[in-house]
Design a protein around this ligand. Sequence first.
Ligand code: SAM
Length: 217
Amino acid sequence: MSTQIRVSELYLGQARASSSVQHCMAIYDKWAPTYNHEVGNEAQSYVAPVLVAQAALKAAEDPAKCVILDAGCGTGLVGQALVTAGAKVIDGLDLSPAMLKVAKQTGIYRNLAQADLTRRIETADETYDIVTCVGTFTLGHVGPHPALRELVRIARRNGIVTVTILEEIWVSGGFKAEVERLKAESRVTVITEELIDYVKGHGDRAVLVILKRIDSA
Ligand SMILES: C[S@@+](CC[C@H](N)C(=O)[O-])C[C@H]1O[C@@H](n2cnc3c(N)ncnc32)[C@H](O)[C@@H]1O
């Protein structure tokens, strides 16, 4: 177990220090075959997927009928937690083809596609009832612009956007300010903004943000 934690910390450290989107993708492409074994084996401590899945479905109007996007889906841990919590239709997007390949093997995603969340997402306005994004708003990965606004754009009116943002970049990385802007523009209401133990026992905490889209495109 301790070796597994060291391996996952090594890859995560490299990914958080990555200098470009290409570099980040290369790290996850290498990590993909063992990600579930290392992170999944720490499932007791990597609690973010389950917390987000449960919170997102609880905030939605009719959970069993929701069409969901799992942005930055990785190998599918959030998708699996969503299914356990009652979700039926889930699409996934991720930067890394190798992570997507593992996600495909779960058999739970309707559609999976490669996408770079630092750019415009090639999805029509108001497509999803729920959008989740877990572990992807972190150092060296995806910043607030344009990603948060894009996730809101592709959520339906009254749709729910549920994301985690690493605590240390919540303010300094401009995430809090972007949430405030979306609120000031009357695009969203903020349902939840709370600190959670992201990886229990590892001191990693994240801000869990749940937004409800209130405007229409
Ligand atoms: C820590 S993993 C989290 C994966 C999954 N959500 C989970 O909780 O297990 C971060 C994910 O973000 C993806 N990622 C990193 N940069 C990205 C980008 N620019 N666009 C889309 N996905 C990105 C990585 O490929 C990786 O799958």
